[in-house]
Design a protein around this ligand. Structure first.
Ligand code: HEM
Ligand SMILES: *[C@@H]1O[C@H](CO)[C@@H](O)[C@H](O)[C@H]1NC(C)=O
Ligand SMILES: *[C@@H]1O[C@H](CO)[C@@H](O)[C@H](O)[C@H]1NC(C)=O
Ligand SMILES: *[C@@H]1O[C@H](CO)[C@@H](O)[C@H](O)[C@H]1NC(C)=O
Ligand SMILES: *[C@@H]1O[C@H](CO)[C@@H](O)[C@H](O)[C@H]1NC(C)=O
Length: 335
């Protein structure tokens, strides 16, 4: 057997201290049930560097991955809270629910981050916190705001495919229905408008908006709230089939900015649920959403600031804290 080096001893000493700190943190978290921004400062201060570098590498290979990781966090939080239930494989996996199947991406990036963290700080960082941090760096490295993520979530023990099918909003829902879905998880109409601004980055498949491009209604072949030159170019793209991709923000697909809102005021929203924030006449929810779209369109600074706040709010949906749940070793399965 080899002698332990000084480094090894320091490491094991640290990990002993960490266990104590984690236990204390656990007690504090159990008492307050609250997430904190410095949760890993003693036990895994490397967490930020590790998540950031994996997200940066993934985005270097494919810039869109920043958007995909942001959406992964949203689809996790709306189903049984932000508990990484979306990452579980097997029966009942949320990955195969309609809003996620062939749609949500980034699972491999989370696996790679988890593997790095299990070697750096075994058993310490939850998959749910990894997803929240990966979303943060997806936003930041796309040029978006640098908000403080609250941490200390633990991982859920069950997936909920039924929940994924019922809780997540559809692009075909009215703004009133979408607002109700958000309300179910403690988010309000402001959060709907602010978080829809996530569509300043990323892509959508044609099948989720092509109804706007042809045979739209008895009176209009193309959705009258869709700019006609954008409609023509989307018709071209979608001739390639339902799985073809188009930018959610036609102006700057990979840059996190406030063009999304400017697009909506120019009838250049991609999804019906995007354009609906300003254009769905007759929907009682729209007066308020339209006023906010105008505000964010004029003031990118205000959008950045409010986006960080709403992300923290979304990240706080029913987290497991204290001794609830567990810290998964492998994000795809319970221990
Ligand atoms: C307001 C209700 C929302 C609806 C109806 C909606 C719907 C959609 C749809 C249909 C897509 C395209 C999926 C596909 O092509 O398979 C999409 C993509 C996306 N969504 Fe949403 N979404 C909503 C809210 C949000 C929120 C709250 C976030 C994050 C905070 C978000 C982030 C994203 C991102 C970043 C993408 C692009 C993903 C990629 O390129 O991989 N969305 N959304
Ligand atoms: C998910 O997508 C795959 C591939 O398109 C398909 O074969 C499968 O039936 C879908 N699963 C569900 C539950 O719809
Ligand atoms: C699944 O989600 C639904 C809707 O949020 C909820 O009512 C149900 O209790 C959840 N089931 C499990 C097993 O967590
Ligand atoms: C939504 O909640 C935030 C606080 O989280 C609050 O500042 C905002 O005014 C609320 N918006 C509405 C429409 O109630
Ligand atoms: C749309 O309507 C045209 C006739 O106006 C028809 O040929 C076509 O099949 C329809 N497309 C779809 C997707 O229903």
């Amino acid at each position: 057997m080899e002698y332990a080096t000084r480094g090894d001893r320091t490491a094991s000493c640290l990990s002993f201290l960490c266990k104590i700190v984690v236990l204390l943190g656990l007690a504090a978290a159990a008492a307050s049930g609250q997430l904190m921004d410095d949760y890993y400062d003693y036990c895994c201060p490397q967490v930020y560097r590790i998540v950031r570098s994996r997200v940066a590498a993934a985005m270097k290979a494919e810039m869109r991955m920043g958007a995909s990781l942001l959406r992964l966090h949203f689809h996790d939080c709306f189903v049984n809270g932000c508990d990484a239930s979306i990452l579980l494989d097997g029966t009942n996996s949320e990955k195969f629910a309609a809003p996620n199947n062939n749609s949500v991406r980034g699972y491999e990036v989370i696996d790679a981050i988890k593997a790095d963290l299990e070697s750096a700080c075994p058993g310490v960082v939850s998959c749910a916190d990894i997803v929240a941090l990966a979303a943060k760096y997806g936003v930041l490295l796309s040029g978006g705001p640098d908000y403080d993520v609250l941490l200390g979530r633990r991982d859920g023990l069950v997936a909920n495919q039924t929940g994924a099918n019922s809780n997540l909003p559809s692009p075909f829902d009215s703004i009133s229905v979408i607002t109700a879905r958000f309300k179910d998880v403690g988010l309000n109409a402001t959060d709907v408008v602010v978080l829809s601004g996530a569509h300043t980055i990323g892509r959508s498949r044609c099948l989720l908006f092509s109804n706007r491009l042809a045979n739209f209604s008895a009176t209009n072949s193309v959705d009258p709230t869709l700019d006609s030159s954008l409609a023509s170019s989307l018709q071209q793209v979608c001739r390639g089939g339902a799985d073809q991709l188009a930018a959610l923000d036609v102006n700057s697909a990979d840059a996190f900015d406030n063009h999304y809102y400017q697009n909506l005021l120019a009838n250049k929203g991609l999804l019906a649920s995007d354009q609906g924030l300003v254009s769905s006449s007759g929907d009682p929810a729209v007066a308020a959403t339209k006023a906010l779209v105008q505000a964010y369109s004029a003031n990118g600074q205000r959008f950045s600031c409010d986006f960080g706040n709403s992300m923290v709010k979304m990240g706080n949906i029913s987290p497991l804290t204290g001794s609830a749940g567990q810290i998964r070793k492998n994000c795809r399965a319970v221990n």
